[in-house]
Structures are given as C-alpha cells and as structure tokens.
Write a protein that binds this ligand. Structure first.
Ligand SMILES: Cc1ncc(C[n+]2csc(CCOP(=O)(O)OP(=O)(O)O)c2C)c(N)n1
Ligand SMILES: [Mg+2]
Length: 398
C-alpha cells in the first residue's frame, strides 16, 4: 500500500503544492532554509515568479499590499514599546516577536473571520490581524489579569505558555467544527478552519505528536503553523530534530510544506491555500515558516550566552520588513508619503499603547481566583478565604 492510499479522504501526501519530495539523507535543516523553501520575495526585495503561489496572490490590490506593510511596521513598533515597558518595570516579562512579523502577518491575514486561532505567547502579530486590541496583550505580562481578552470575540484564544498544549486545544476545536458540520459545505462564510501556532521547540513535546495523530486520523480542519525561529530558548534546531520539521507531517499522513517565514507574501499564499483545503474537508497541513528570533527568548533571557552575534547579523540581512518595503517601492505599489504616514502612525501607536498600559488599574488580589473555573469551585473558595484572611492579618500593622 502506498502512502497515498493511507491518506484519509485527503490529498496526495508530500506537499500541498505538489512534489517537493527529497530523500532524508543530506536533508538536514539548512541555515538558508534549503532548496525546498518557498519564497516569492528575496531578501534583496526582488519578486520571484512562482507558478504555484502566484495565482494565490493575484487578487491582492495595492491597498492590500500596503496593508501588509502597515501591519508589519505597526506590530514591530508595538513590540518595541512592550520591550521598553518591561525594561522600565511596567511589565514583568515580554516575549518579543522581532524578526517573525512576516510569518505572523502572512498567517493572520490569510484567516477568515470564522476561523479560530490557538496561539503560543509570541503571536502578537496574529492577534493584531485578528483585531485584538494590542494593549490587551500586555495585561498578563503586567500581572493584572490572566488573559486580557475574550477568545470568542475575535476567534483568537488566550496565550498558552505550556509548550505545545494549544495544538491539542486546536485539534479538539477542529474536531468540534467537523461535528458541527462546518466543513466542506461549500459555503465560504460557514466552512471553518483552525490555526494551531507552535514553535520549533514545541515539536519535541508529546502533546504536539498527539495533536498531529488526532488531526490526521480524523482529517480535521486544522493548519499547524510552526514558526521555526531556530531556537527554543537556548536550544538550537539541531537539538530538536534530525530532519526538517516540515517532513514530520508525512509520518502523520498529511502534507507538510516549508515557506520562507520572512516573506509575507509567500506565507500568506501557503497559509491561504492550506486553510482553503482545511475548510474544504481535505484535512490538516503542517506549515514550517522558516524564520529567526532576532531578539532574546524573553526579556529574562540573554542570548549572548549561547549564540554568536554573527548569526544575528546574517539574519538582519533577511529582515522581513526591509525586503517588503524595497519591493513595494520598486514595483510602485507605495510611495514615500505612504511610508512616512505609516511611520507617524507607528509612533502614535507606541505612545497610545504606553499611556493605556500605565493606566491599567491594579486588580484586587482576590480577583486571581475569579476566572480559574467557569463555575464556583470548592478549592477556589477555600483558597480565596485563606488569601482574604492573610490580607486581613496586615490590617492595623504599620
Ligand atoms: C511544557 C513546557 N515545558 C517547558 C517550558 C519552558 N519553556 C518556555 S518557552 C520554551 C521554548 C519554546 O521554544 P519554541 O517552541 O521554539 O518557541 P519560541 O519560544 O522559540 O517561540 C520552553 C522550553 C514550558 N513553558 N512548557
Ligand atoms: Mg523557537
């Protein structure tokens, strides 16, 4: 029996765009992403014709393209402001997305309103695309709430710190979508796909393997979007895998693909295609967005302890925003006035985020027990009573 025969009602295995099959030997992850990595805009800002991806990009207007640029710049500005707020003691911690803007904006903009995203703790760009107010992303990092937004409002789940856990949540949600009959009806406003975001390091978690098994055998409408930023805190790719991550999908019976995660158009195209397939009832896809974490893992981390600065310098030349700007300018999709306006808007966003972050009220300590369970729970009642008694013990003490 061939691999193809084993695929449940699905597509040919290998790659959503056809054959990118190579033998495993000698196919170790390459620093440049390897020949199988899909790309339409080079780091130098040149547009490469791609017969597989171009049809998925044809509908984009100049306004759409400028919108991608605006997203990239604003989310980078927001991220820089959050890092500064942490350094000034206004946030306890921050996980920067620096360098991963194109992967997140490309994926986020490929989603439809009814689709649902399950993020890690670094998906600020996806949150932005879903319409989550960026200030709300800061609440948990400031310690004033446990989440900061209603997941059902924008179909964007709360940040998940437990590595890989959200891939199971996404898979369960996608199986629910199937049971609701919201797959393969042909109604573009009804058919629903789910995005599970994960990092390269997360692929070593058992939870992720379980999610891949369940989504594969159930042919569920889920797209696993793995941002391979080359590092899991201080652990490099080589400590996580002997094979390119996108190859892993094959073992679970569905297609995998590697895309240049610093190329917003290529990411948008492959994600759109995978989401369309999922909504259509063709099952999951694993996308490896090959990118790079330009900053520290979080503000608590010092990457100079474990990686050489030369590596960072190489990746600066592959910056996702610079290449897109160069192409937009060169191809005449945007002019100087537009770039200046975005720069002004980004400064205004930074100032607004800062002001609203500082204005976030400190909650009463007892609130930490409020949303642990949807309904009253005896353990929470007991812990709240203990906490309240403890607080009272300070009354009158100077
Ligand atoms: C189950 C679990 N184990 C360990 C950790 C500690 N931890 C936090 S982030 C991280 C690395 C994750 O790396 P990756 O999946 O590549 O995501 P990235 O941070 O690079 O975006 C680890 C091990 C955790 N949060 N959860
Ligand atoms: Mg990583």
């Amino acid at each position: 029996m061939s691999d193809h025969d084993q695929a449940p009602q699905g597509r040919a295995l290998g790659n959503v765009f056809g054959a990118h099959e190579r033998p495993l030997s000698g196919d170790r992850p390459a620093a440049e992403g390897g020949p199988e990595m899909l790309q339409v805009i080079t780091p130098e800002g040149e547009r490469i014709p791609n017969p597989e991806l171009d049809p998925l990009l044809e509908h984009l207007t100049d306004a759409d393209l400028r919108g991608f640029y605006r997203d990239l710049v604003l989310i980078r500005r927001f991220d820089a402001e959050a890092t500064a707020l942490q350094r000034q003691g206004e946030l306890g911690l921050w996980a920067s997305l620096l360098g991963q803007e194109a992967a997140q904006v490309g994926a986020g903009r490929a989603m439809r309103a009814q689709d649902f995203a399950f993020p890690t703790y670094r998906e600020h760009g996806v949150a932005w695309c879903r319409g989550v107010d960026p200030v709300n992303l800061l609440g948990m990092f400031r310690g004033v709430n446990h989440g900061g937004w209603d997941p059902n409002e924008k179909n964007f789940h709360l940040y998940t710190i437990i590595i890989g856990a959200q891939t199971l949540h996404a898979t369960g949600y996608a199986m629910g979508v199937q049971r609701d009959g919201a797959v393969g009806t042909g109604d573009p406003d009804r058919d629903t796909a789910v995005m599970a975001f994960l990092g390269d390091g997360a692929t070593s978690q058992g939870d992720v393997s379980e999610a891949l098994v369940f989504s594969g055998v159930n042919n569920s409408p889920v797209v696993f979007f793995c941002q391979n930023n080359q590092w899991a805190i201080s652990e490099p790719n080589e400590k996580q895998t002997r094979a390119p991550l996108w190859h892993r999908a094959r073992g679970f019976g569905f297609p995998g693909i590697r895309v240049d995660g610093n190329d917003v158009l290529a990411v948008y195209a492959v994600t759109r295609r995978a989401l369309d397939a999922a909504r259509d009832g063709q099952g999951p896809t694993f996308i490896e967005a090959f990118t790079y974490r330009m900053g520290a893992h979080t503000t608590s981390d010092d990457p100079t302890k474990y990686r050489v600065s030369a590596e960072v310098e190489v990746w600066k030349l592959r910056d996702p925003i610079e290449r897109f700007k160069r192409w937009l300018e060169h191809a005449g999709h945007a002019d100087r006035a537009f770039f200046d306006a975005v720069a002004d808007e980004s400064d205004a966003l930074g100032a607004d985020v800062r002001a609203r972050c500082l204005a976030m009220p400190d909650p009463d300590g007892s609130e930490m027990f409020t949303h642990v369970y949807a309904e009253e729970h005896p353990v929470m009642v007991a812990e709240l009573a203990e906490f309240t008694a403890y607080q009272r013990s300070f009354e009158g003490v100077h």
